[in-house]
Ligand binder design. Structure first.
Ligand SMILES: Nc1ncnc2c1ncn2[C@@H]1O[C@H](COP(=O)(O)OP(=O)(O)OP(=O)(O)O)[C@@H](O)[C@H]1O
Ligand SMILES: O=P(O)(O)O[C@@H]1[C@H](O)[C@H](O)[C@@H](OP(=O)(O)O)[C@H](OP(=O)(O)O)[C@H]1O
Length: 609
């Protein structure tokens, strides 16, 4: 455990206390991995004497990334309807805002109309130049330049919009514990692009509705504070209106893959090549223009869905994460906005209806991060609710999909009866997942990790020991001390908040995750997400969260998981410190270079497997 600063000393004290609290309750299997043994590895003979012994992790395995790139799963195809339907209802919750912003709106509308005209002009100028082989530089005024710079940036390097950085900066300030988040490499951009058009875009999707369709200002103070969804335009400029309409309905491109999908609407399946060519000629002008606008309107975000049900979540044009409505989750979020846990939970902005579905509007926790690295840890010693166990006993529904998932991982996992039925109950499947991962032993499991290059690693689910978890954390953070320490502090702060949280005391938290996010500029944070299976405990009982589950107790073991994670981070900090020290020692003595030392470290890690 690194104790180089005062906060860390505090951390150690707190952690020791927590370890004592829980040590009696953790299983032997868990505890045998809590200590890190010191001692040189046999493979280290060549550098022995020069390198301090690496804290050894027991029974570890390494996790090379494999290339499985994913993009955002969000589909915004319903937003077309939403623009129409909401333009009628959206005024109700925001009347007060409308009055106060009337003047501003007139100004903006004028500006928007001018911008749209200028856009057209710019487009034709560009096309003329393009045909003549001229340069693409458009320099009529700052607005167009800003947009075009933006477009080139997206095309050339996929870099993110600077304005988002500022927004993200604000968010990370809000959510962090002073020690939790370290921003050592402040290389944030200086220019802020005009956001008039994206503001209007947000306006079109910004009404807050109850599932029944009635407009309701669920979190007015929040909306005012965040300021992203409060303005309404009754009639945008006709050209702009068309653009908004079209680009909204065609905004199914993922947040990573910025390819436009306009052509999907133009070319439906079954059309012959000729009609496609004709249609393309007809639509090319608009297509080019819409593609340009698409880039302009879409807020650049690095959002991806790492785990969970595919299609449940999507990114809205306004940059919020929309999650399919669940009454249980919405109720929890509502409570959490008034609980000490609020700084650890994405901001909840109420509900929104898109097409036939209702969604929960959440702050995008990845906004402001450049090429984020993400880890989803499912918390608790079980991921099934007690009701699922009762259901499995009384009226068992067999799930063939779960049986298939089971035999894919381990053909010998199902019983003879389950093989014969080719199905398992949900409880059986979830329990099998829990016992074949670190859920049962450590009280958490790593559902998935996405690295900076977009590669996704899900094999961490098979981790069973704390040492393996530590290895995974070192891999996930690339052994960066600053990140590991930020996560460590944030988890200690979360531990404190949980102790003071009335919500936590009275809720059974099942299947909820901690989302770890950081990027190369050392922004790092941890958030509580997914309250779809979090329910108030039936009577007035308070849960302890740090004891193993027994049927009927409703205990979830959330704090067992948190303690394990904190211990694992401490181990990772020790190892990373050791690595760093040896790097600098070698640098001073002019001995092995960094690559050679890393080779040694890798060899040592391999021997401890
Ligand atoms: N507010 C958010 N900001 C950014 N990303 C988010 C946010 N909420 C969720 N995600 C992403 O979506 C993924 C799934 O989220 P979540 O766990 O809420 O979905 P779910 O479908 O309920 O999951 P499960 O199947 O485990 O119940 C997370 O791993 C994360 O990558
Ligand atoms: O990740 P896996 O191994 O694919 O398994 C899923 C995972 O356990 C989800 O948490 C669970 O949803 P809930 O958390 O909502 O129960 C889902 O059940 P489902 O298929 O019934 O949605 C499982 O299929």
């Amino acid at each position: 455990m690194d104790t180089t600063d005062g906060h860390c000393t505090e951390d150690v004290k707190m952690e020791k206390k927590m370890d004592n609290d829980f040590s009696a309750r953790l299983s032997d299997a868990t505890h045998q991995h809590l200590s890190i043994s010191e001692g040189p590895s046999s493979s280290c003979r060549r550098v022995r004497g020069r390198l301090r012994s690496k804290p050894r992790l027991q029974t570890t395995k390494s996790f090379p990334p494999y290339s499985h790139c994913i993009g955002g799963l969000g589909e915004d195809s319903d937003s077309d309807n939403e623009v129409n339907s909401e333009s009628n209802t959206a005024h109700q919750p925001n009347l007060r805002n409308e009055e106060t912003q009337g003047t501003e709106r007139k100004e903006d509308t004028k500006l928007v109309a001018r911008c749209a005209r200028d856009e057209l002009k710019a487009k034709w100028t560009m096309r003329r130049k393009e045909r003549m082989g001229g340069s693409f530089e458009i320099d009529t005024d700052g607005w167009e330049r800003g947009r075009w710079i933006g477009k080139r940036r997206v095309e050339a390097s996929g870099r993110e919009k600077e304005s988002d950085d500022e927004e993200g900066e604000e968010k990370h300030r809000r959510g962090r514990n002073p020690n939790a988040e370290t921003e050592i490499n402040e290389e944030e951009g200086k220019e802020r692009k005009s956001s008039v058009v994206s503001d209007i875009k947000e306006t079109c999707e910004g009404s807050v509705e109850t599932p029944g369709g009635q407009s309701k200002n669920v979190f007015e103070p929040l909306q005012l504070r965040e300021g992203s969804t409060s303005r309404q335009w009754s009639s945008p400029h006709p050209i702009l209106s068309k653009l908004l309409h079209s680009s909204t309905s065609n905004s199914s491109c993922s947040s990573i893959n910025l390819s436009s999908t306009e052509s999907d609407d133009v070319f439906t399946e079954g059309e012959d090549a000729d009609s496609k060519r004709k249609a393309f000629r007809k639509c090319r002008t608009w297509k080019t223009y819409l593609t340009m606008m698409h880039w302009s309107l879409r807020r650049q975000s690095s959002w991806v869905q790492l785990a969970g049900h595919q299609g449940n979540l999507q990114l809205s044009e306004g940059g919020e994460v929309l999650k399919l409505y669940s009454e249980v989750e919405a109720t929890c979020l509502d409570c959490l906005m008034r609980d000490p846990l609020r700084p650890f939970v994405p901001q909840y902005h109420g509900l929104i209806t898109r097409g036939e579905h209702c969604y929960i509007r959440l702050e995008d926790l990845l906004s402001g991060l450049k090429r984020p690295v993400i880890m989803d840890c499912k918390m608790g010693v079980r991921t099934y609710q007690e009701e699922e166990l009762l259901k499995a006993r009384t009226k068992a529904t067999l799930r063939s999909d779960m049986y298939q998932k089971m035999i894919k991982v381990d053909p010998s996992a199902p019983t003879a009866e389950e093989h014969a039925q080719k199905g398992v109950t949900k409880w059986r499947y979830l329990q099998w997942r829990d016992t074949t991962s670190s859920t049962s032993t450590l009280g958490f499991r790593i559902e998935g990790v996405m690295m900076e290059d977009g590669s996704v690693q899900r094999d961490f689910r098979k981790i069973l020991t704390l040492a393996q978890a530590t290895e995974a954390l070192l891999y996930f953070t690339r052994s960066q001390l600053v990140i590991l320490k930020a996560y460590h502090s944030r988890l200690l702060a979360l531990n404190n908040a949980l102790k003071n949280s009335p919500f936590f005391g009275t809720h059974e938290v099942i299947g909820s995750s901690l989302l770890f996010v950081h990027d190369h500029s050392s922004k790092a944070n941890v958030w509580m997400i997914d309250f779809g299976k979090t329910n108030p405990v039936p009577d007035t009982r308070e849960l302890r969260h740090n004891v193993p589950w027994a049927e009927g107790s409703r205990e979830d073991g959330y704090l067992i998981g948190l303690t394990s994670l904190i211990s694992s981070l401490s181990q990772a900090i020790s190892v990373a410190s050791w690595q760093q020290e040896n790097h600098s020692e070698q640098d001073k003595t002019g001995g092995l270079n960094n690559t050679q030392i890393q080779d040694q470290v890798d060899q040592m890690a391999a021997v401890t497997l």
